[in-house]
Design a protein around this ligand. Sequence first.
Ligand SMILES: Cc1ncc(COP(=O)(O)O)c(C=O)c1O
Length: 348
Amino acid sequence: MSYFRRDIDELVGYTPGEQPRGGKFIKLNTNENPYPPSPAVARAITAAAERGLARYPDPLGTGFRDRAAAVLGVDPDWILCGNGSDEILTLVTRAFVAQGGLLRLPYPSYVLYKTLAQIQGARSGEVFFRPEWALPDDFAAPADGLRLAFLPNPNSPSGTLIAPARVLEIAEPLPCPLVVDEAYVDFADENCLSLVARNEKILVSRTLSKSYALAGLRFGFLVAQPHLIVGLRKVKDSYNCDALSLAAATAAIDDQAWLTANRAKIVATRTRLTARLRALGFAAVDSQANFVWAPHPGCPVRPLYEQLKKNHILVRYMDYPGWGDGLRISVGTDDQVDACLTLLESMV
Ligand SMILES: Cc1ncc(COP(=O)(O)O)c(C=O)c1O
């Protein structure tokens, strides 16, 4: 006999990218930043630890929200802190999607969204991207029980961006909130932040995991109109962000010079990686993120992934039924990317 809800018993569960514990790997599989974070982060963590951890942290992350608000040009009441942006995605699903309700996602995109719907006892409806990664009008169509839509922008695995004007066009007829998941947006040319004030249905989620090189910290946040933030606070754990991560995140977002310099390095390496993958016959997609999606029309890519792994280079092999497969390669340092490309050159 199982003690679990039936839908939990039936759930396969989300499988995150491999995080090898032993051995030396070049890790280009989970879109982490290859560079150390701003030095202000370690200083802030030390200072917070020295102040002591006996007390509970600020449940609303006021210090972080004040700094982030100044950087982003919004009011602090428009920001909700989360334990990674995955927690933000969980909170919005919990708050907006009733059991049996419908969650809309584009396909292929971030695989976790579907799992969140399943955990909630909800349905998910996938709308296929067009072959050139444009979003069809169907994404905005009303449907029975539709309660929430997720749009990763830039998308994973493609790294492509839907222009803000198009996102607004999609949000307008949608009968439910649209969470624009901007996990990778600091590597992109445009973002949807200004749309939040223009349409209450648009919520923007961000993370410090990628562009601030803090995946190990677990910190993300949501920008939404204040009445929605108030409602979402009711759903979160009181102390969802701990004192050390709040201190670190505040220091990180305060160091915009670090962000600008890091972004420039990643974007330069991304350009090189894309060009060299194309020279090897990959149909590498122009990326606005810190990874490149690389199907290969001329040879199967799974063996390439396996061969790279044997040589201690991890990339992500993704196979999307009904769409196709490819390698998703995170932008590492120039040396890491060169090691990966040199090996691929000997294989294709
Ligand atoms: C599209 C997208 N959204 C959100 C996340 C989650 O980021 P985190 O929970 O580290 O903030 C990821 C992580 O890979 C992602 O690819």
